[in-house]
Design a protein around this ligand. Structure first.
Ligand SMILES: [Zn+2]
Length: 122
């Protein structure tokens, strides 16, 4: 039950990050001009921002603040974990991190880079 709540939370944060990256790219396209050709527009940006606002409303304030603080430093504030490796900084997570996971429903941070860990294979 608690793990489901955590999964929902992490899924929401992941989608929020996705929207943030899309919004950032629309505002500051890596290749200016391409977006116009592809049909992107100001209306498109507004839709993304609306979707972002709606999504953000569903995320607990504490987690949202945490995400926003980390995303000021990293494009990807939330990263996957594979074989106990943080895919944000590629550092192995210490075994002690396993015991840290005992608190249910809590969002975990990488001890090395401080990003939010998408770590669900309990
Ligand atoms: Zn890391």
């Amino acid at each position: 039950m608690e793990n489901d709540a955590l999964k929902d939370k992490l899924d929401a944060l992941f989608r929020l990050q996705d929207l943030d990256i899309m919004i950032r790219e629309l505002k500051d396209p890596p290749t200016k001009g391409t977006e116009e050709k592809m049909g992107f527009s100001v209306a498109h940006l507004e839709k993304l921002q609306l979707a972002r606002t709606r999504l953000a409303e569903r995320i607990p304030a504490l987690d949202l603040r945490l995400y926003e603080r980390i995303s000021r430093h990293f494009t990807h504030a939330i990263v996957s974990v594979e074989n106990r490796i943080c895919l944000g900084c590629f550092m192995g997570l210490p075994t002690s991190a396993v015991s840290l996971r005992t608190e249910p429903g809590m969002v975990r941070l990488c001890e090395n880079c401080g990003r939010i860990l998408y770590w669900l294979d309990y």
